[in-house]
Design a protein around this ligand. Structure first.
Ligand code: 13P
Ligand code: 13P
Ligand code: MG
Ligand code: MG
Length: 371
């Protein structure tokens, strides 16, 4: 059976700063998803939150970019915004950057990752959801899980995967339209590495298996800064990654997260910290961070979802959480000095740029030529 898996997420307000949505907001989203299942818009759905972002996981048969499904998600976030306002929550409606819905949530603030698949007899997949980071946070783990035998032993051991994977990579600085390059491993490995090393600009949009042409992974690519032209909150991306058989195993997909990679995000979206893999429903705390990533494993059959398995809720990840804390603290020791604070062109707040402009006028040029 052909099924579409859609994950659409947004920050529409949170309790106690940028921490977590209120119970009432989550209840409102769950109520609406239940109604949409009843009315047959959706086959199934789950509501989760990661930090201050609510994610709607939805299955249906309407294909990707379906305006009814996107409108449902948008209207749900309008409703959770109303709840947030009624409770005096912080940042109510934060990610709803446009006044009226116009067919698709892309370019309007909410992040979305969707794939239409022909269900395999067993269809395991993982939904990743991050808070306090940009979409480039998936560059390292998706590349490693699909291209690097250090993590994906299946590239050596499972004949199914040896033809490698195709990466669709977007240049998100090009805002007039989507600008995408298609490259394959193993042939284009170094070219892909050349792009992915800059996760603020070049971002993995999707991964496709070469042997079968099946979609292996999709990730959200929206950069709120590029939509709004100023800081309005961090992108806080989501990704859907299929696992097992012709794809990396679930463990291989999780393996790269043990790095606790440094990423740009955290406090005011402007600091480099280590990504902490967390249990579902983990809140935000130290320095409006750290940057967190949750992973929920599911199986889907005829569009019906199983319960989630909370993939980072396992003692192994306690060690990684401690490692992430230590790496974050090591970076935080140097405060505002780069690279603890992000580079100038990635400064999410306009304050630094305005200060530099003011100070530039006070610089004095010496008369003699520079030596
Ligand atoms: P199966 O042999 O059950 O497909 O499992 C392989 C595997 O997932 C190893 O990581
Ligand atoms: P969010 O994008 O998660 O709302 O974070 C915004 C922020 O600036 C935290 O300091
Ligand atoms: Mg927020
Ligand atoms: Mg957030």
């Amino acid at each position: 059976m052909k099924v579409t898996i859609s994950v659409i997420k947004a920050d529409t307000g949170s309790v106690g700063g940028h921490n977590r949505p209120s119970d009432a907001m989550v209840a409102k989203a769950k109520e609406r998803v239940a109604e949409a299942i009843k009315s047959k818009l959706l086959i199934d759905g789950h509501v989760t939150f990661t930090g201050d972002d609510i994610a709607l996981l939805m299955t249906h048969t309407r294909g990707t970019d379906n305006s009814d499904v996107h409108k449902f998600a948008w209207d749900t976030f309008v409703e959770t915004t109303k709840v947030a306002k009624s409770q005096g929550l912080y940042g109510a409606g934060q990610d709803l950057l446009k006044d009226a819905f116009s067919g698709n949530v892309r370019g309007m603030g909410p992040g979305s990752a969707e794939m239409e698949i022909e269900e395999r007899p067993a269809e395991p997949f993982i939904v990743f959801a991050g808070d306090k980071c940009g979409p480039g946070v998936f560059n390292h783990p998706l590349f490693s899980a699909h291209a690097d035998p250090y993590h994906n032993a299946g590239l050596l051991l499972a004949p199914d995967m040896q033809a490698g994977f195709t990466f669709h990579i977007m240049d998100v600085n090009h805002t007039e339209n989507d600008k995408v390059i298609t490259l394959k491993v193993p042939n284009d490995y170094y070219d892909i590495a050349c792009l992915l090393r800059d996760p603020n600009r070049y971002i993995i949009e999707s991964v496709v298996e070469n042997a079968t042409g099946l979609t292996a992974a999709v990730a959200s690519t929206s950069r709120l800064h590029n939509i709004a032209g100023k800081y309005v909150g961090k992108d806080d991306p989501v990704a859907i990654v299929r696992s097992q058989k012709q794809f990396p195993s679930t463990g291989e997909i999780l393996s790269p997260w043990a790095l606790a990679q440094f990423t740009l995000g955290d406090n005011r979206g402007s600091h480099h910290v280590a990504v902490m893999p967390v249990k579902q429903n983990t809140i935000i705390s130290f320095f409006d961070g750290p940057t967190i990533m949750s992973a929920a494993g599911y199986c889907v059959h005829e569009g019906k979802l199983t319960e989630a398995v909370d993939l980072f809720d396992q003692p192994f990840w306690d060690v990684i959480r401690e490692k992430a804390s230590k790496k974050t603290l090591a970076m935080r020791e140097q405060g505002f000095f780069n690279p603890a604070m992000g580079p100038q062109d990635e400064m999410e707040y306009t304050g630094v740029m305005e200060n530099l402009k003011r100070l530039d006028a006070k610089f004095v040029k010496r008369d003699e030529p520079a030596k």
